[in-house]
Ligand binder design. Structure first.
Ligand SMILES: CC(C)(COP(=O)(O)OP(=O)(O)OC[C@H]1O[C@@H](n2cnc3c(N)ncnc32)[C@H](O)[C@@H]1OP(=O)(O)O)[C@@H](O)C(=O)NCCC(=O)NCCS
Length: 379
């Protein structure tokens, strides 16, 4: 291989070893620290799963209690961040979230000259803080007042409570918890890589998360569920599916919520979410939305299943978030709330055996040397 071979987008390049999580695109498996996602969703909670990702083992009862205490304490927001969110309640949620995380870092003197133990302590705090920021951003956008977290609720329950001011029913709390678990980690994606690049300069973990959120914000990464929901709404009813989807495919348009760079079979997260989407839409009188999505799935699989195109997590997650009352503008920040645990786990893992990222570019520009032209002589 030529020393100047360019791997655009680093496609296929292995940049680190990890024990945090594994995506098997051929078998349709998502694994966190050796556990299948289905097993975790059935028996666990987001608190346990985030502990597992960060610490490498499932917590004992006393470890979980201390961890929950830190999360609970962290989901109370400092006044300067509350002020920021309410002063900018009309701003795009993901941008405001990125700024709020950055402000938390600016106000934490531990971040000025960070130590390894501070990195981990702050990382765990952020697992509680980022969801609380996201909920408060929704609360402010909807014109409510800041809600303090309630100690009798899980992290997922508090996300809904801090968003709405109303204690959620058990079923909504459970669905939120499942969404958090499903999005917690997913291989070496762009935002995770951003967090590694930042932490590799021995910067602080607030900065790593600020980078990651900025990367997640782009439509090629975090935005597909919003567009998938819009598409399902646009199609409207199952009878319209053949015509609308057929027309789009004829024009070579991509159908949002289908296909994946890694999964060439049914995304395991989509399979889990689909069940919850059915339940939550039926409960909220939005059954037609689900039936339309099911029909789109049937048509897409019949036309493109042989090419390895199946629903991905984004096809059903938008519908679930919508049914939990979140505006589509909030979807990417919801993703950030749960992915925080993956970003933290992988950043801590990387920096424990650190190597500063310093790739090269192949220079294809003018080599000169050119003669300098004074400004008055340029045209
Ligand atoms: C994710 C994505 C970028 C992967 O792209 P990819 O790796 O290039 O996809 P593949 O190579 O497997 O595609 C195989 C074929 O299916 C087509 N295809 C892939 N995804 C498709 C989609 N969502 N809708 C329609 N056709 C699609 C491709 O155009 C290609 O067609 P061809 O054989 O005529 O060239 C792509 O599927 C996509 O844009 N999906 C929609 C956006 C989305 O849901 N993103 C969230 C991902 S979690």
């Amino acid at each position: 291989m030529d020393a100047n071979t360019v791997f655009k987008g680093l496609e296929g390049v292995i940049v680190s070893e990890t024990k945090v999580g594994f995506v098997d695109g051929e078998a349709g498996r998502l694994v966190y620290r050796g556990f299948n996602i289905e097993e975790l969703v059935q028996h666990s909670s987001y608190e346990e799963v985030s502990f597992l990702l960060i610490n490498g083992h499932l917590p004992t009862a006393s470890e979980l209690k201390s961890y929950r205490d830190v999360i609970m304490k962290s989901s109370s927001l400092p006044s300067e961040v509350i002020d920021l969110i309410w002063a900018h309640s009309n701003k795009y949620p993901t941008s405001l979230l990125r700024t709020a995380v950055s402000l938390l870092g600016a106000n934490d003197t531990r971040a000025d000259h960070i130590t390894d133990s501070d990195q981990k302590e702050i990382g765990v705090e952020l697992v509680g803080k980022v969801p609380a920021l996201v909920s408060s951003i929704r609360r402010a956008a909807e014109g409510g007042k800041y809600v303090k977290p309630s100690p009798d609720l899980s992290l997922a329950g508090n996300m809904l409570y801090q968003s709405t001011g109303k204690k959620p029913d058990k079923s909504s709390e459970r669905i939120m918890d499942v969404c958090l678990m499903l999005h917690a980690d997913h291989g070496s994606n762009a935002s995770t890589f951003s967090s590694l690049v930042t932490i590799s300069s021995l910067s602080d973990i607030y900065s790593a998360l600020t980078s990651a959120i900025g990367t997640l914000k782009g439509p090629l990464h975090g935005g597909a569920n919003e567009m998938a929901l819009k598409l399902i709404m646009e199609v409207g009813k199952p009878e319209n599916v053949e015509e609308v989807i057929g027309g789009k495919l004829e024009k070579k348009e991509k159908i949002m919520g289908f296909g994946h760079r890694v999964y060439k079979v049914y995304d395991p997260r989509a399979r889990i979410l689909k069940g919850f989407a059915r339940e939550v839409t039926a409960r909220n009188g939005k059954g037609q939305l689900f039936d339309t999505a099911q029909k789109i799935e049937d048509v897409m699989i019949s036309k493109l299943g042989t090419k390895g195109i199946f629903p991905n997590v984004d096809f059903y997650s938008g519908m679930v978030y919508d049914s939990l009352g979140f505006h589509p503008d909030m979807f990417t920040s919801l993703f950030a709330a749960s992915r925080t645990s993956g970003w933290v786990a992988r950043s801590l893992e990387y920096v424990s055996d650190n190597k500063l990222f310093r790739p090269r570019s192949s220079y294809v520009g003018e080599r000169g040397p050119l003669a300098y032209i004074p400004i008055e002589k340029r045209n």
